[in-house]
Design a protein around this ligand. Structure first.
Ligand code: URA
Length: 212
């Protein structure tokens, strides 16, 4: 498994505003979108392309276009939805599938409550959107779900990650043949006793959409 921790002053700046408890939901949403677009730039570094020829006003030359099948973007509901616009802005031709996962706040275990995905993901590059890699339970379950459907290449884009979550992922996928990459805006210090990332930014879903 590859882990890429973004190291860019613009990302750090936006993350700092995002962490601030005084940042309101509209600003929080806009910043999440902007951050995802920046992280997606790194996450799509190995996106598959094919060679095409293009006629410029001057000559004919070779370029590339995104190869088929198009990448599949999978936001994990609810908080991952806040990352979708930023991602599809960068890859407008991507297809979008949805995975609803909820974490039991006592056991911290993740379970699936909804899914809208193609039945066959063979040959697909998949990009999972989940803002908070905390215990890693949700992401491990989501990735296993996509592997069972045949995904051949999976990248998870997270705004923040905790060392415990990364360790859980490393262990869960140490013998996995499917290449898995995590791209995150920052690696925080730890999880607290409630499974929240420290220093973190609180509950990403609540901060995006308000408490329900
Ligand atoms: N989910 C969140 O929204 N925040 C955390 O800190 C951990 C999990």
């Amino acid at each position: 498994m590859k882990v890429h921790i973004a190291d860019h002053p613009l990302i750090s700046h936006k993350l700092t505003v995002l962490r601030d408890e005084r940042t309101d939901s509209p600003t929080f949403r806009r910043l999440v979108e902007e951050l995802v677009t920046l992280l997606a730039y790194e996450a799509t570094r190995d996106v598959r392309t094919e060679v095409v020829s293009v006629k410029t006003p001057v000559t004919i030359t070779q370029g590339v276009k995104m190869a088929s099948p198009q990448p599949l973007v999978v936001p994990i509901l609810r908080a991952g939805l806040g990352m979708l616009d930023g991602m599809v802005r960068l890859i407008p031709t991507a297809e979008v599938g949805f995975l609803g996962m909820v974490r039991d706040e006592k056991t911290l275990l993740a379970s699936t409550y909804a899914n809208r995905l193609p039945h066959d993901l063979s040959g697909r590059q998949c990009f999972i959107l989940d803002p908070m890699l905390a215990t890693g339970g949700t992401l491990v379950a989501a990735i296993n779900y996509l592997i069972d459907l045949g995904a051949t290449d999976i990248t998870a884009i997270c705004i923040l990650a905790a060392p415990e979550g990364i360790a859980h992922m490393e262990k869960s996928f140490e013998n996995c043949e499917v290449p898995i990459t995590i791209v995150t805006g920052a690696l925080d210090i730890k999880l607290n006793e409630h499974g929240y990332i420290v220093p973190g930014l609180g509950d990403a879903g609540d901060r995006l959409y308000g408490v329900v």
